[in-house]
Design a protein around this ligand. Structure first.
Ligand code: SAH
Length: 213
């Protein structure tokens, strides 16, 4: 077996061993080449289960966390999804194969431009990348069936809760940026919100306003 095929097998094995057992998600993550979303020396490490640096001082998440968050969203092919924190675009690429429509927003123009170019080059035509402050969501496109926040908020942002459809699910890391945060699954019920704590995680912070670089 080629070392490339071995690396991919190892990658899938590590996802499974960390609780990503949905075969649809595993086959999408097998198909998408994570090395397309990182640069330079880090490309060699794309199949390791670790976060890696990207531009603007941000990170592409650890693959098992991407898999686990995607699994927690319980996606259906007809869903419309909002992702806050495009970063490299990797998570958006995974979502695009599992949902009907994906909106993804980042406060760094450089990251959103790079991600847009990459996703367009992969013909993922159901993803729209937007530069903006995602903590306010995208009121024009709301409500969303699913919302995924890939940066840590002190609390689930109110505008995002308001843009979640009834029966919808939002997955968001909650807590201070320099500590271990808690990944929370919020379900919008007819009479309010249900909160479930999933696991400890570590994400870069959700920062207000557009970035200057
Ligand atoms: N999902 C990404 C990783 C996200 S890293 C991937 O698959 O690669 C977190 C991202 O959240 C960073 O790119 C950061 O710029 C972005 N971010 C932080 N605060 C934000 C905000 N208020 N609005 C939009 N994006 C934000």
């Amino acid at each position: 077996m080629s070392s490339e095929a071995e690396r991919k097998m190892q990658f899938l094995y590590s996802l499974r061993s960390k609780g990503v057992n949905d075969n649809r998600i595993l086959s999408v993550m097998e198909k998408i080449d994570r090395s397309d979303f990182v640069r330079g020396i880090f490309r060699d490490r794309a199949y390791e289960d670790m976060p890696l640096p990207i531009a603007c001082g941000q990170t592409i998440s650890q693959p098992s966390i991407v898999g686990m968050m995607t699994q927690a969203l319980d996606l259906h092919p007809r869903h419309t999804v909002l992702e806050v924190g495009t970063g490299s675009g990797y998570q958006a690429a995974v979502l695009s194969h599992l949902a009907r429509r994906v909106w993804t927003i980042d406060r760094h123009k450089r990251l959103s431009m790079d991600a847009r170019r990459l996703l367009e080059g992969m013909n993922l035509t159901n993803v729209t990348v937007i530069t903006g402050d995602g903590s306010f969501g995208l009121p024009d496109q709301a409500p969303f069936d699913r919302i995924l926040v890939t940066a840590a908020a002190e609390d689930p942002p109110g505008p995002l809760l308001a843009q979640l459809r009834e029966g919808g699910i939002m997955v968001v890391p909650v807590g201070q940026s320099d500590t271990v945060q808690s990944l929370i699954k919020v379900t919008r019920l007819a009479e309010g919100f249900d909160y479930e704590q999933l696991r400890p995680v570590r994400f870069v912070p959700l920062v207000e306003g557009l970035a200057q670089d």
